[in-house]
Design a protein around this ligand. Structure first.
Ligand code: MG
Length: 301
C-alpha cells in the first residue's frame, strides 16, 4: 500500500491518503467517515500509531472505496511525515564504494567500520518531495546530494533483536540526506549541524508499507539537472536494516513514526574530481525503485 500526505492546491490543510494509481488518491478521513468508523487517521503518525487495527481498515478502504478519488493534479504531495516527533536518525558510511570515495578524499586508513555511524537531522529539515530546497550563498555554497532508503518504524521497542527487527518496520520512503558539506566538516567532527539546515531532508513521495516492498534489492539513483550522479542498489548496504535497528534501539526506545535514513552510495558531489555542488536553479531528482521519484528545485533563500 502506498500512503501519502497531501494538500489540496486551494487549501493549507494536510490530509492522509492511499495512492491507488499514478494520479489518484483516496482521502482516508473521508473514507473513514463514510464507514462511520472511529479510527484516528488525521496524520500519518496517527495511522502508524494505530497499528494493525488501522491497517485492517485501510486495506478494506483500498479494496472497496466509498468515495471518489482525489485527482493529484488538484493536490500536492508533501513529506509523508511532515513533522516527525524527533530528529531523523541517519547512518553514515553504509555503502562500501561511498566509504572508499570518502576515505580517499580524507586520507582515512581504509579500515572498515565495526559499528555504524549515527547522526541526525532536525525535524525542521524535513521537506516535501517537490518542494524547494533553500539555497543561501551567505551560509554556504557547498550543497551536496545523498540518495537514501528511508525506513519508517511501526511498532516501537528497545533492545530489539536483529531477528525481530523487520517486524518493527512500518514501511519505506525516499530520502535525500542533503548536506552542506563545509558546515558538516567544520564542527568538530560531528555532522548534525551541516545536515540539519532547513529543507535538507526531502522525503516522499509516499510511504510504501513493508509488506509491499522487497527492500533488499532496490535500484536507487540521484540526478542533478538530469545527469545521473548516484546509481546503486540497496543490496550493497554494508550494515543491513536489522543490524541498524538493533544498534539504534540499544538502550534507546524507538517509537512509531521514527525515521531512519540508511546511508548513501557512491557518487556524492564532494568526492568528485573536481568537486561538484548544487546552486540555485538546479533540479535535484531522487529515485528509488518501487517507491517513486522526488523532484526538488534548489532555490533562493
Ligand atoms: Mg547520508
Amino acid at each position: 500500500m502506498r500512503l501519502v500526505t497531501y494538500q489540496m492546491l486551494d487549501s493549507q490543510a494536510l490530509n492522509t491518503g492511499i495512492q491507488i494509481s499514478r494520479d489518484q488518491v483516496l482521502d482516508i478521513a473521508a473514507e473513514v467517515r463514510a464507514r462511520s468508523a472511529t479510527a484516528n487517521v488525521n496524520t500519518m503518525l496517527d495511522i502508524i500509531k494505530g497499528g494493525e487495527a488501522t491497517m485492517v481498515l485501510l486495506r478494506e478502504i483500498e479494496a472497496h472505496p466509498k468515495t471518489a478519488p482525489i485527482m493529484l493534479n488538484k493536490a500536492l504531495l508533501k513529506a509523508p511525515i511532515p513533522r516527525p516527533l524527533k530528529n531523523v536518525f541517519c547512518v553514515g558510511w553504509n555503502y562500501l564504494e561511498h566509504f572508499a570515495e570518502g576515505g580517499a578524499k580524507m586520507q582515512d586508513d581504509g579500515v572498515l567500520p565495526t559499528w555504524p555511524v549515527f547522526f541526525s537531522k532536525a525535524p525542521t529539515a524535513v521537506n516535501g518531495p517537490y518542494d524547494v530546497i533553500p539555497f543561501d550563498a551567505d551560509v554556504s555554497t557547498q550543497l551536496d546530494w545523498e540518495v537514501e532508503l528511508g525506513v519508517i518504524i511501526g511498532k516501537g521497542g528497545k533492545n530489539i533483536a536483529e531477528a525481530d527487527a523487520m517486524n518493527h518496520v512500518f514501511g519505506y520512503t525516499v530520502i535525500n540526506d542533503v548536506t552542506w558539506r563545509d558546515i558538516q566538516r567544520r564542527h568538530g567532527g560531528q555532522w548534525d549541524k551541516g545536515k540539519s539546515l532547513d529543507g535538507t531532508c526531502p522525503m516522499g513521495p509516499c510511504i510504501v508499507t513493508a509488506d509491499a516492498l522487497a527492500h533488499t534489492n532496490l535500484h536507487l539513483t540521484c540526478r542533478v539537472n538530469g545527469v545521473t550522479k548516484q546509481d546503486s542498489n540497496t543490496k550493497h548496504l554494508y550494515f543491513k536494516l536489522p543490524r541498524l535497528i538493533h544498534d539504534l534501539s540499544l538502550g534507546q526506545t524507538l517509537e512509531p513514526g521514527d525515521i531512519i535514513s540508511s546511508g548513501t552510495p557512491e557518487g556524492v558531489g564532494y568526492a568528485r574530481t573536481p568537486p561538484e555542488f548544487m546552486a540555485a536553479g538546479d533540479l535535484l531528482e531522487t529515485e528509488i525503485e518501487g517507491i517513486g521519484v522526488m523532484r526538488n528545485p534548489i532555490g533562493a533563500f
